[in-house]
Design a protein around this ligand. Structure first.
Ligand code: GUN
Length: 294
């Protein structure tokens, strides 16, 4: 396994595969995959992510469109738009960029997306299928994390994995994926969270640690066993007056110290982030290939 788990390199490999798949689909069936993004409000980080995702779509030949709503949009308006997109045959995937502004019911809005177009895998139906080990859309970051390790020459099989963070978009679905009796999974999973007593006791005995809690530089070297694999899902803006933008991006892991002890580690940026985008493209291609039977 490489010491640096290079998400930039591996995601480029996946994007190349998706691009070939998109070309074949167009040549053989005249279908061009279409992905709709819905954003609500002006959160600069969310808008920046969607711009990156749209760029990635255009590079592989996926058509995309962004539907932007003001901060105080009602659930009814959003559900109405989602209904239109569900009925549009040129749209194969619908992505609601999270987090939604406070006051909107995320579960109700995500539930309005047709499960066949739910390329983020956040619909309760797809979440349920994931837990059952059935085929369906799988959330992009967890799937990207699995692929990153496997394609870097590592494996999950039989490993003691500690996931830190129980969010619906990373921690919970990742734990569900890793615990499946399936090739490329089959790990022993411990899910830690804010209610965990003595977190270090868990992280220090892990073969693989995945941190997804949104706290800058949280995981320190004393929390990691020599040779462990460390995967950092964090993407935090840390104030930095010396930089041009006024901030720098850091993960949930203190890379400078943990990288000296870890057997392999993901950088931020250039680790998990690009993998999430690559899997989104791959899920969209799957949706366009078989709209009825995912
Ligand atoms: N916000 C942070 N990560 C994600 C993601 O993977 N998908 C969506 N829709 N929103 C996010």
């Amino acid at each position: 396994m490489e010491t640096i788990l290079d998400g930039k390199k591996i995601s480029a490999e996946i994007r190349r595969e998706v691009k070939e798949g998109v070309e074949t689909l167009r040549r053989e069936r005249g279908v061009v995959p279409g992905l709709a993004f819905i954003t609500v409000g002006e959160d600069p980080a969310s808008l920046a992510y969607v711009a990156m995702k749209e760029r990635a779509c255009s590079e592989v030949g996926i058509r995309s469109g962004q539907f932007s709503f003001p901060r105080f949009t009602t659930e009814k308006e959003l559900v109405g738009k989602i209904g239109d997109l569900n009925a549009d045959p040129d749209i194969h995937g619908i992505l609601i960029q999270l987090p939604l502004p406070a006051g909107l019911d995320s579960t109700a809005i995500l539930s309005a997306v047709s499960p066949e177009k739910d390329v983020d895998g956040f619909h309760p139906f797809n979440m349920g299928k994931l837990l059952l080990g059935r085929k369906g859309f799988c959330p992009c970051t967890p799937k990207g994390i699995m692929e990153l390790l496997i394609r870097s020459g590592g494996e999950w099989e039989g490993k003691d994995v500690v996931v830190v963070g129980r969010s619906n978009i990373v921690g919970k679905p990742l734990a569900a994926l890793l615990m499946q009796r399936a090739r490329g999974a089959n790990a022993t999973v411990t899910l830690c969270h804010t209610g965990t007593r003595n977190l270090s006791l868990h992280t220090r005995r892990a073969d693989i640690i995945v941190v997804a809690i949104g706290k800058p530089l949280f995981l320190t070297a004393d929390m990691v066993r020599e040779g462990a694999v460390v995967i950092d899902v964090g993407m935090n803006r840390l104030e930095d007056k010396g930089s041009e933008r006024g901030y720098r991006l850091v993960g949930d892991v203190n890379f400078a110290e943990v990288s000296r002890k870890a057997g392999a580690i993901t950088p931020v940026p250039g680790g998990v982030g690009p993998m999430t985008i690559a899997i989104l493209l791959s899920n969209t291609l799957d949706a366009a290939r078989s709209p009825q039977c995912v």
